[in-house]
Design a protein around this ligand. Structure first.
Ligand code: FAD
Length: 304
């Protein structure tokens, strides 16, 4: 078995058996395997470090993945879309006009996350891997048809759609030794538009009580809806699609009445819990409002 050298200063400071900074994916996977589920990968640490401090979790070791090749960088190539390393901080994406001008829903979801300081640390991969039903980037990535590439679990490198990634609150298809490597977001189709909105009672530094993202593609000649994708956050055990609401839109002219009708259907499709932030019925009422507003905005953008 390969012996890895734990960081001599940070390991004792963090009270850990080992703190590692691997330089290759294979090395990271080996360390995680040797940790037998007790070693945690982390990127920005905005969730992991807080959990460690609050002692809500105990890890024997931490694996900082930010030195893995390509994991903190991203690119936008014509015809290929966005390729984003999993440990890219939101702040890097937020400051780029090529993201904000073409990927509206994603940009809108990033803008509401935490604060400027937080977004300079927090990464897009960490937001997904945390697998919170309220993860703000998830609905926008789902409607953008984003795919993720991941490795580990002894099965090599694979890809799937973001919507197939989540298994339940705090659970994803990654096992304890799995690593999310990158995300790919296709270029927006012609005559399409998208939008993300969330509701929080406070302006910032709070997670959403409910969120929605919508993407609409219109037929160029008739103006009718060719395709609609609607994703909801914080109203089910995982981020979810509102498939029946999507179906209600396809083939029709996107009138205000139709969008209001689809929003009502989405309200019935979600399955929220009641908690300290809001009751289930309040969340459902928010879904109806957010879906209607995001659809209207998405259609307006598609028509431009
Ligand atoms: C004050 C505050 C405000 C916040 N506001 C928001 C908000 O408005 N909206 C929102 O959605 N979130 C919010 N968050 C949550 C958090 O900041 C985000 O989820 C962030 O994107 C996590 O990214 P990270 O890189 O810091 O994750 P980390 O803390 O590094 O990791 C989070 C989880 O993902 C795993 N992980 C990270 N990267 C990988 C990888 N590549 N492969 C496998 N596993 C990985 C870790 O093991 C851990 O389980 C907030 C947090 C704080 C502290």
């Amino acid at each position: 078995m390969t012996q890895f050298r734990a960081h001599p200063i940070l390991s004792p400071v963090l009270g850990l058996e080992g703190y590692y900074e691997p330089a290759s994916t294979d090395e990271a996977l080996d360390i995680l395997r040797q940790g037998s589920g007790n070693y945690k990968p982390f990127a920005g640490g905005t969730d992991v470090m807080i959990n460690l401090r609050r002692r809500t979790v105990t890890y024997k070791g931490l694996v900082n993945i930010k030195r893995l090749p390509g994991i903190t960088s991203w690119s936008n190539k014509a015809g290929e879309g966005l390729h984003i390393g999993a440990a890219t901080p939101f702040g890097d994406l937020e400051s780029s006009p090529s993201v904000t001008q073409r990927y509206s829903a994603l940009a809108e979801s990033i803008r509401v996350i935490g604060s400027v300081q937080l977004r300079n640390m927090a990464t897009i991969g960490g937001n997904l891997c945390n697998a919170s039903p309220a993860a703000d980037s998830a609905p926008a990535l789902i409607v953008s048809k984003a795919t993720i590439t991941f490795t580990g679990n002894g099965e090599g490198t694979r890809s799937c759609l973001v919507e197939q990634f989540f298994r339940g609150p705090g659970r994803s298809i990654l096992d304890s030794d799995g690593l999310l490597l990158s995300l790919d977001i296709p270029e927006p189709e012609p005559n399409s538009g998208d939008c993300f909105q969330r509701f929080t009672p406070r302006g910032a530094l709070d997670i959403g009580i409910a969120s929605a993202a919508s993407r609409v593609t219109l037929d160029q000649s008739s103006g009718r809806v060719l395709e609609a994708v609607i994703a909801l956050g914080a109203v089910a055990p995982t981020p979810v699609r509102a498939v029946k609401a999507e179906e209600a839109l396809v083939g029709h002219e996107p009138t205000s009445d139709l969008m209001a009708q689809a929003a009502k259907i989405a309200k019935e499709e979600c399955n929220p819990i009641s908690d300290i932030r809001g009751s289930a019925s309040y969340r459902q009422a928010l879904v109806e409002v957010l879906v209607r507003r995001t659809l209207e905005q998405a259609v307006e953008r598609a028509q431009k």
